[in-house]
Structures are given as structure tokens and as C-alpha cells.
Design a protein around this ligand. Structure first.
Ligand code: HEC
Length: 117
């Protein structure tokens, strides 16, 4: 069976998270571009995981996190534009949770970490 490049990358990423967790009880973070998942409220984690997966394929997470966007309509346009890029890996049903996370993040940047980016 052939594993896709994206699949291999996801595996590698999962592995590096495991190593980070084993070495430091999940206090440190890998490839999160300044946002610290441990500081997110529990109800935001699933959305964050989706965001970290879908929005890191072509650029760093810092790109959306630092874009200075806060309005919901604007995020919606961006998420849609990114989804329509060739092989974005973003499904139409991903839009809602992604927009929810990004709007929440814009309003809670200071407590979510990443404010110093
Ligand atoms: C298929 C590749 C791809 C994926 C996946 C992707 N992006 Fe992008 N993104 C780009 C490219 C290419 C640009 C630069 C060109 C542009 O602005 O359209 C960009 C630019 C951006 C910008 C503009 C930043 C600036 O400096 O103006 C934002 C915001 C952004 N992406 C957010 C996201 C979000 C949020 C996601 C996840 C939903 C995402 N991107 C996923 C390719 C991608």
C-alpha cells in the first residue's frame, strides 16, 4: 500500500508531538508557531487541531495567526479562498469550525498565546 505524502507528513508530525510530550509532559509545543495548545480552553482544542492540520500545509500557522484579521466575514472569505486552492485538503464542512476557531483566536489572542509573535 502506498502512503500519500500528506499521510507520511501527518505521521511524522504525530511522532514529533509524541516525542515532545514524552520529553516534557506536553509543556513544550512543536510547530505551533507561538500558539500554545495547552492554554486553549478544552472546547477549542478540536477546532485548533483542525486548524493546525489544514492551515499548515502551504505556509506556517503564523501567517493566518498574524494576518491582523478579526472580522468573521473576512475570515470566512479567507478560509474559502484557501480551500479553493488546488489540493488544499480543506473540505467544505471544515469551513465552519475553522472560522469559529479563527474568530475566537482573534478576540482572545492575549490569553491564547502567540500575542508576542
Ligand atoms: C493549498 C495551500 C494553502 C492552504 C492549505 C492554506 N493556505 Fe493560506 N495561503 C496560501 C497562499 C499561496 C497564500 C498567499 C497568496 C494569497 O494570499 O492568496 C496564502 C495566504 C494566506 C493568508 C494571507 C496572509 C497575508 O499575509 O495577507 C491568510 C490569512 C491565510 N493564507 C490563511 C489560511 C488559513 C486560515 C488556512 C486554513 C484554513 C490556509 N491559509 C491554508 C496557500 C494556502
Amino acid at each position: 500500500m502506498k502512503t500519500s505524502a500528506a499521510g507520511r507528513r501527518a505521521l511524522g508530525l504525530a511522532r514529533s508531538f509524541l516525542i515532545v510530550c514524552a520529553a516534557s509532559s506536553c509543556q513544550a509545543f512543536a510547530r505551533t508557531d507561538g500558539l500554545e495548545p495547552s492554554r486553549l480552553p478544552a472546547e477549542r482544542r478540536a477546532e485548533y487541531n483542525l486548524f493546525a492540520d489544514r492551515c499548515s500545509r502551504c505556509h506556517t500557522l503564523a501567517r493566518p495567526l498574524n494576518a491582523g484579521i478579526s472580522r468573521e466575514g473576512e475570515w470566512r472569505n479567507y478560509v474559502r479562498r484557501m480551500r479553493r486552492q488546488p489540493s488544499s485538503g480543506i473540505a467544505p464542512e471544515d469551513e465552519e469550525p475553522l472560522v469559529r476557531f479563527l474568530v475566537w483566536y482573534s478576540a482572545n489572542r492575549a490569553t491564547a498565546g502567540g500575542g508576542e509573535l
